[in-house]
Design a protein around this ligand. Structure first.
Ligand code: PLP
Length: 372
């Protein structure tokens, strides 16, 4: 059994994918161009935003959001320590300072109460240096965006949604990515909408910012070989866009399938009192990029499942404030107890659309056996 079977997905849409790739090869247009423009239009429509800009990766989407806001040395950016390393990497790469805020233990997303407490705790002069908040819609569930955006407005801080894991999720009916100032997506192959390589996207409703990001992704050039701002090379390539254009048509049905598999797990595991199945806020539509349970005996259960050839993954075993790359920030063990505790107790189970009923039953039976 595989944790994720990208081959099975490819086999199910092979003819269309091969044709789309062949069309790009025939066109001779490999970077940006028609396929990328089409994909940008489709994603803007899907997310209900005015603009979408195709980029090299989700990491670049976060980085270019910071660059578009001129965030740099001396500035501060708030985010959660319970996320993939890229979320905070980009802040440090801009020579700004990440400020971590602990998570809500039920949804694993940024806790708005702690967010405001942290902001208030910073002296008014230093507070002015807080330029952005990056809530992370971890596992495919939205952060509490009303609370976060209202705090952001109060303190005049921009909101960059790290929606890398959550394309297709909704918050109070709104597509995630469309709620903050920017929405950042990743098309890393394992994502709900995955390319056959790297890919990323920023969505926004701000025309000026969208135009700036379009320049930043091509070295700040506004004419061929003439630049007036420092940018990078972060263009989505046409082969990836062609693949993504095919796959986007299936995204909603794939998400429904993930939700159905999640419901099967929820039902089957609900009577095992040691297991916390994912908590979903009533107003959220979870895209189930991951189906993550929480248990005290996590390592034992994971070993047992592996002995029975069932793959599982821990996203993420070390919260960012305890990672050696962020040592210079001065955080210590105990600073973010909810993130630390969650990282010891979380375990993600296979939940992709092609997971067979037989394999899902085997996973459930084996978990039940462990607790029997
Ligand atoms: C929460 C989060 N942020 C950012 C990223 C970075 O995206 P990418 O791998 O496309 O650079 C990822 C992807 O793994 C992610 O899960």
């Amino acid at each position: 059994m595989k944790y994720l079977d990208l081959n099975a997905q490819y086999r199910s849409i092979k003819k269309e994918i091969n044709q789309a790739i062949q069309n790009v090869l025939n066109s001779g247009q490999f970077i940006l161009g028609k396929e990328v423009e089409k994909f940008e239009k489709e994603i803007a429509k899907y997310c209900d935003t005015k603009y979408a800009i195709g980029l090299n990766s989700g990491t670049d989407a976060l980085l270019l959001s910071l660059m578009a806001l001129d965030i740099g040395p001396g500035d501060k950016v708030i985010t959660t320590p319970f996320t993939f390393i890229a979320t905070a990497d980009v802040i440090v790469l801009r020579e700004a300072q990440p400020i971590f805020v602990d998570i809500d233990p039920k949804t694993y997303t940024l806790d708005p109460h702690k967010l405001e407490k942290t902001i208030k705790h910073i002296s008014p002069n230093r507070r002015k240096k807080i330029k952005a908040i990056i809530p992370v819609h971890i596992y495919g569930q939205s952060s509490d965006m009303d609370a976060i955006t209202s705090i952001a407005r109060k303190y005049k801080i921009k909101v960059i949604e790290d929606a890398a894991q959550a394309l297709g999720a909704r918050y109070k009916g709104k597509p995630i990515g469309s709620i903050g100032d920017f929405g950042c997506f990743s098309f890393f192959p394992s994502k709900n909408l995955g390319a056959y390589g790297d890919g990323g996207m920023i969505v926004t409703n701000n025309k000026k910012i969208a135009e700036k990001i379009k320049l930043l992704r091509i070295h700040g050039r506004y004419q061929k070989y003439v630049a007036n701002m420092l940018g990078i090379n972060s263009r989505l390539d046409a082969l990836q866009a062609a693949v993504l254009n095919v796959k986007l048509k299936y995204l909603n049905s794939w998400i429904r399938s993930r939700q159905q598999k999640a419901a099967v797990y929820n039902h089957a595991l609900k009577n095992i009192k040691q297991i916390h199945t994912p908590f979903v806020e009533k107003h959220n539509t979870h895209a189930y990029h991951q189906y993550t349970i929480r248990i005290k005996q996590r390592n034992k259960l994971q070993t047992y499942l592996h002995q029975h050839t069932i793959p599982t993954i821990i996203y993420y075993p070390v919260p960012l404030h305890l990672q050696s790359v962020f040592r210079d920030l001065g955080y210590r063990r105990g600073d973010f107890p909810e993130a630390e505790q969650a990282s010891k107790e979380i375990l993600s189970l296979p939940v992709y659309p092609e997971l067979s009923n037989k394999n899902q039953s085997k996973i459930i039976k084996t978990i039940k056996k462990f607790y029997a």
